[in-house]
Write a protein that binds this ligand. Structure first.
Ligand SMILES: N[C@@H](CCC(=O)N[C@@H](CS)C(=O)NCC(=O)O)C(=O)O
Length: 217
């Protein structure tokens, strides 16, 4: 049985939604950030970055959210949460997952923790404002890609007609923008995408078991 170390609404949410979609047995283990459990010696043995999440799969201890998602889709290919290896669609899947984790998620971390980049409170406020603008540009890019899919009659997911693990990943990151001046959901195609993914029973189960409250995204 898988074990997923989590804190409500953190980066664990993407693999959590995926585990629910896959319908495989797993256990959630709370890392209580309110008590700094993510920096405890026990947790650092699993994830020396002190970041959430971590997945345990037998002897495998895996951190980095996108790596966890890739591992889960590969372990359960029959669920079709990623296109077959070696196809053009698989390459598009890699592109989106890497863009989400490496570009959008990284910028969101700057937005949430600007004080890590400067000692000056005024500069931190500026860093936060710049990060918010940059996140907005990235969401606009995703909006354009979804709009192009729709124009070609291939929607509504990042990969067109096929739902993949990249979609709940996007919902997780879109959710993190919900208190920004212009949240992800305010873009037409992106708003439709997020609503569609949030309505999936597997996603609702994950949100509910993490105890997430409205607004959900
Ligand atoms: N690249 C990492 C980032 C994970 C990450 O930053 N998680 C946040 C929660 S969403 C965290 O653990 N923050 C604690 C900290 O930075 O001290 C991943 O995708 O797993």
């Amino acid at each position: 049985m898988y074990k997923l170390y989590y804190y409500p609404g953190n980066a664990n949410l993407a693999p959590h939604m995926l585990l629910e979609e896959l319908g495989v047995p797993y256990e959630l283990v709370l890392v209580d950030r309110d008590r700094n459990a993510h920096t405890s010696p026990e947790y650092l043995k699993l994830n020396p970055n002190g970041r959430i999440p971590t997945l345990i799969d037998g002897d495998l201890v895996l951190y980095e959210t996108a790596a966890i998602c890739l591992h889960l889709v590969d372990r359960h290919p029959e669920a079709g949460m990623a296109p077959p290896v070696g196809t053009d669609a698989r390459a598009e899947f890699y592109k989106w997952l890497v863009y989400l984790t490496n570009t959008l998620q990284a910028e969101l971390l700057t937005y949430f923790y600007p004080e890590r980049l400067t000692d000056d409170a005024g500069a931190a406020a500026q860093v936060k404002a710049h990060a918010e603008r940059r996140v907005g540009g990235m969401l606009d890019l995703i909006e354009s890609a979804l709009a192009r899919n729709t124009d070609k009659g291939r929607g509504p997911y990042l990969l067109g007609e096929n739902y993949s693990a990249a979609d709940p990943y996007l919902l997780m990151l879109g959710r993190w923008t919900r208190f920004m001046q212009r949240p992800a959901r305010e873009r037409m195609h992106l708003g439709h995408h997020l609503a569609l993914i949030a309505a999936r029973p597997a996603v609702q189960r994950a949100f509910e078991s993490e105890g997430l409250q409205e607004p959900l995204y």
